[in-house]
Ligand binder design. Sequence first.
Ligand SMILES: [Zn+2]
Length: 244
Amino acid sequence: MTKIRLTLIRTTSFAALLLLAALASFGCKNDSGKDPKNPYGLEIINTSEAYLQSVAEDSCNVMVDLETYIPGVVLEIRYAGTNNFTGKQIYTAPKAYLRKPAADSLAKIQSLLAKEGLGIKVFDAYRPYAGTLYFYEVYPDTTFVAAPWKGSIHNRGVAIDLTLINLATGEELEMPTPFDEFSERASHSFMDLDSAVIANREKLRRVMTENGFTMYEHEWWHYNIKDRSRYSLMDISFEELSKK
Ligand SMILES: [Zn+2]
């Protein structure tokens, strides 16, 4: 009786193990049934067709190339090289795209600054969502890196990282920190600085916030367009955008 019961238990345990193994391998496949490009299941525009459809529905959704759209704008797209906090090249090309209303505001800002002999240098603008996923992997701190479960305003094409330059020399105005220094010195409320540096940060803040953008407290270089939530997250490459 005991022997039969033991055999039965063994057989049942073996069957259970087999079932578990089968479930585990099935589970693996199913886990990756989560799209690795969109593991949080966000609403992301990730095909040219869907992007073009969104533009057909609302022309404000069109993404424009800042290099051609804003005369004299200087680009130093850090994620297209290795001089960035990841130490790796993230973008395939040094491109800066923004939705047209954001680009229009920026064009106005560039022309206002030009009257003072100043201009803008762009470090980053639209960022495909794939970049946001990778940044969080490298630096999982949502003060300085967007939470991938929400997406970044950069993914919506309405955020920009920039600084001021002297138009005649191309030199950057001195700011509290280099771009992407993730420290308290990067905050707008950090005041233990030379008064000229505070004035430069304030000049950038004022011209941006008076012309359609809002500041981000923790990063002097980052600005968002005011009505950002109307724009969808996107995961479209620069190459695809340039085909339009
Ligand atoms: Zn930014």
